[in-house]
Design a protein around this ligand. Structure first.
Ligand code: TTP
Ligand code: MG
Ligand code: MG
Length: 371
């Protein structure tokens, strides 16, 4: 639902928290000897060599031009004369840190929405009594708490709505706090490039630049009809309100996830079920661990097969409860066996396992922070 905060008598105080260079920072905490050099966490495609992309880079690596999304070989080239640490992604570990941080953040919010593995939006209106000086103190306490419990730094943005709070956190990175009071919203946004608005990627930025809209201030005063013709009505309306600093969507605790899955790229294209089952051992173990940690059971077990032509095929199997690892692997193996028997020509490039129709066993940990 769309609301204009400006129309409200009741003003919200919204906080956005994002961990700094998250995956790379966790690696630094676990191995402090790398903290003074470039650290690059990589998603190796599993195809050997340096095939794959950068997932997270610390700020030292960024000063060499390395950033998330670029190919690993390019990062290696940029850092060839630096004593850099290239590390494989260890997702389960980051999830554990994420869960711990989210638990801490919840204690500071009236309502909290987990946005991703390393960021959350907190409605802190009641906690602060609507007072921005109070919010600034709360931000400092929260940062200290996260640092003490996990060793991690984060950046905090506070503003009257979620969009401005996110941008505030973005510009204050790393290890920063930025408070944007209601009276400061317009001047804060005015000169920032349109790309700073959440939802504006390279494509939309280019379209806007082409009609002379460079800054968020330009966007705020642009003609809505003209924007609608360029980008469609829904996008144009969102951008216009966001740029004016009045896009205001409430913060809501999201529904719990109903499934968890793990997919891997196989070492080689294959239709050998023993080979596939062997490579799926680790992902299966991860799923069991996540289910255990979150105290959930599943009513169905699924497999995901991605062929060398990149066709995606899934199968599902009803279970009463999550079986022990060996039994689970045996079922997964026989599901792949049947699937491959039905498709004699099929070669698999990727394979995955999924637990779905999740239900709580007991207790109250939430599932919202699943990666
Ligand atoms: P971000 O918060 O976007 O990035 P970051 O935490 O590494 O750095 P910043 O200090 O700018 O916040 O993403 C959080 C994590 O998500 C990041 O550590 C790794 C992962 N990620 C990817 O795997 N691929 C990507 O392209 C991006 C952007 C993030
Ligand atoms: Mg981050
Ligand atoms: Mg983030």
């Amino acid at each position: 639902m769309l609301r204009r905060s400006g129309d409200h008598r009741y003003r919200r105080v919204v906080m956005h928290v994002d961990l700094d260079y998250f995956f790379a920072q966790v690696e630094e905490r676990l191995n402090p000897s790398i903290a003074d050099k470039p650290v690059v966490v990589c998603v190796f495609s599993g195809r050997g060599g340096d095939s794959g992309a950068v997932s997270s880079a610390n700020y030292i690596a960024r000063s060499y031009g390395v950033k998330a999304g670029i190919p690993i070989y390019r990062a290696k080239k940029l850092l060839q004369n630096a004593d850099a640490a290239f590390l494989p992604m260890r997702r389960e570990l980051y999830e554990e840190y994420s869960n711990k941080v989210m638990e801490i953040l919840r204690g500071y919010a009236d309502v909290m929405e987990v946005e991703s593995i390393d960021e959350a939006t907190l409605d802190i209106t009641e906690k602060t009594g609507g007072d921005y000086a109070e919010a600034e103190q709360l931000a400092a306490r929260l940062k200290k708490h996260v640092k003490n419990e996990t060793g991690l730094t984060c950046t905090v943005g506070v503003a009257p709505n979620r969009v401005v709070a996110k941008i505030a956190a973005d510009v204050a990175k790393p290890d920063g706090v930025k408070i944007v009071k209601p009276s400061e919203v317009e001047s804060f946004l005015k000169d920032l490039p349109v790309k700073k608005l959440p939802g504006v990627g390279d494509k939309i930025a280019k379209l806007l630049n082409d009609i002379g809209v460079e800054t968020i201030g330009d966007l705020a005063s642009a003609d809505l009809l003209r924007l609608s013709k360029l980008l469609g009505k829904a996008v144009a309306e969102y951008l216009k309100l966001a740029a004016m600093g009045v896009y205001d969507e409430p913060i809501e605790e999201k529904q719990e996830r109903k499934q968890i899955s793990r997919i891997i790229t196989l070492q080689n294209n294959t239709r050998d079920v023993d080979d596939i089952a062997r490579q799926l051992e680790k992902p299966v173990q991860d799923l069991l661990e996540i289910a255990r940690r979150n105290d959930v059971d599943a009513e169905a077990l699924g497999i995901i097969a991605i062929t060398k032509e990149l066709k995606i095929i899934t199968r599902s199997h009803t279970i009463r409860t999550i079986p022990p690892k060996d039994e689970l692997l045996r079922i997964v193996r026989s599901m792949f066996k049947n699937l491959l028997a039905e498709n004699p020509e099929m070669m698999l490039r990727r394979a995955g396992v999924r637990l779905h129709n999740l239900k709580k066993r007991s207790g109250q940990t939430t599932l919202t922070s699943f990666g």
